[in-house]
Design a binder for this molecule. Structure first.
Ligand SMILES: Nc1nc2c(ncn2[C@@H]2O[C@H](COP(=O)(O)OP(=O)(O)OP(=O)(O)O)[C@@H](O)[C@H]2O)c(=O)[nH]1
Ligand SMILES: [Mg+2]
Length: 326
């Protein structure tokens, strides 16, 4: 039995209610990508009943169009060709399952699979959110706050975005909705707001501090200086903090998001990626491209507007959501 059949069984039987709900979120959030993918592969398979060089050429194109990333696609096609030869696969229909198997393997292989958040045992865990404007930083903080509260954690929000008009109001609203205090100061230096926040968190024994930052700064040097200052202030209070710096990327921006990741990598130490708005794109393959291009684990994915739509990234659920109708 191929890996994919195993996944299908895995998700259809004896799972907890919670786990099933999470699978549903992936299922729904990846609908656009799945439709695109599955319909293209079906068309391809009816065009070429037999596996041929032309078949592979067109498959390659489909995968690249799904934003999977050129090198990953090349490597993938090579592996597929080898298996076709080795296992004497002739019919394109029989290749479907192999495609799903290999997709999974390519992600897991030579992988950085640490998608868990690095929680501190000795102090509040400080998580910094960075990314260009509009990608979903503040919304992700709100959703995560809601999840952490549900787990019984004491959560503090810090409005480190003091630039954009309305930014403070937005995070304050999330604070009210999730019942988490918000530290903010209008027109203040972001680093000083962060300082107040982290201090309060230590004094009052908070479990997690979620720090919002501004997406828009005049230029790269400013952004770099700003983040450096914020980092300094945090580590002055908690030497091994921030425990995570999560870069938020909007999945609908495709290759643009990849460039952002490369740029931010140069500016600061990114420990994980949050890929938002996967529900809004038909090019869900971007998860695989990120791994190829920047080698940073995707820790969370945004699959919709509500708090439950923020999910810890799980490759099995992702592959399932992407291919389950195939
Ligand atoms: N469909 C969908 N929408 C999302 C998701 N994540 C965020 N959004 C939407 O994206 C928009 C922008 O989100 P914000 O959280 O304000 O983005 P930001 O990065 O804080 O933006 P700036 O503060 O301007 O830098 C909002 O309308 C969110 O509802 C997601 O996973 N799916
Ligand atoms: Mg924001």
């Amino acid at each position: 039995m191929g890996l994919f059949s195993k996944f299908k069984n895995l998700f259809s039987s004896n799972k907890s209610v919670e786990e099933k709900k999470d699978v549903e979120v992936y299922d729904k959030g990846l609908e656009k990508s799945r439709k695109e993918f599955v319909s293209k592969i079906s068309l391809l398979n009816s065009k070429y009943k037999k596996v041929s060089p032309e078949y592979f050429e067109e498959l390659e194109e489909i995968l690249i169009m799904a934003d999977i990333g050129v090198n990953t696609v090349m490597e993938f096609i090579d592996k597929l060709k080898k298996r076709v030869k080795h296992e004497n696969i002739e019919n394109s229909e029989d290749l479907k399952e192999v495609i799903v198997d290999e997709m999974f393997i390519i992600y897991v292989d030579n992988s950085i699979m640490v998608n868990k958040i690095n929680y501190s045992q000795t102090s509040p865990t400080v998580i910094l959110f960075v990314g260009v404007n509009g990608v979903g930083k503040t919304t992700t903080i709100g959703k995560l706050a809601s999840k952490l509260k549900e787990e019984g954690k004491k959560v503090l929000l810090v409005a480190g975005d003091t630039f954009r008009a309305g930014a403070v109001e937005q995070i304050v609203e999330w604070g009210q909705r999730t019942d988490c205090p918000v530290i903010y100061k209008e027109n203040a230096d972001p680093a000083s707001v962060v300082f107040d926040g982290v201090n309060k968190a230590v004094e009052e024994n908070y479990d997690v501090v979620l720090v919002d930052t501004a997406g828009r700064l005049q230029n790269k040097t400013n952004l770099m200086n700003e983040l450096e200052k914020i980092n300094k202030v945090i580590s002055k209070i908690i030497p091994d903090a921030p425990h995570e710096t999560l870069l938020v990327i909007d999945a609908t921006t495709g290759q643009n998001g990849i460039s952002q990741a490369k740029e931010f990598q140069k500016i600061t130490n990114i420990t994980g990626i949050v890929l938002t708005k996967l529900d809004g794109t038909a090019k869900g393959g971007i998860v695989l491209a990120i791994k190829e291009a920047v080698g940073i684990p995707v820790k969370y994915v945004g699959l919709g507007e509500t708090a439950k739509d923020l999910q810890v990234f799980d490759i099995e659920k992702y592959i399932y959501g992407l291919f389950k109708d195939m």
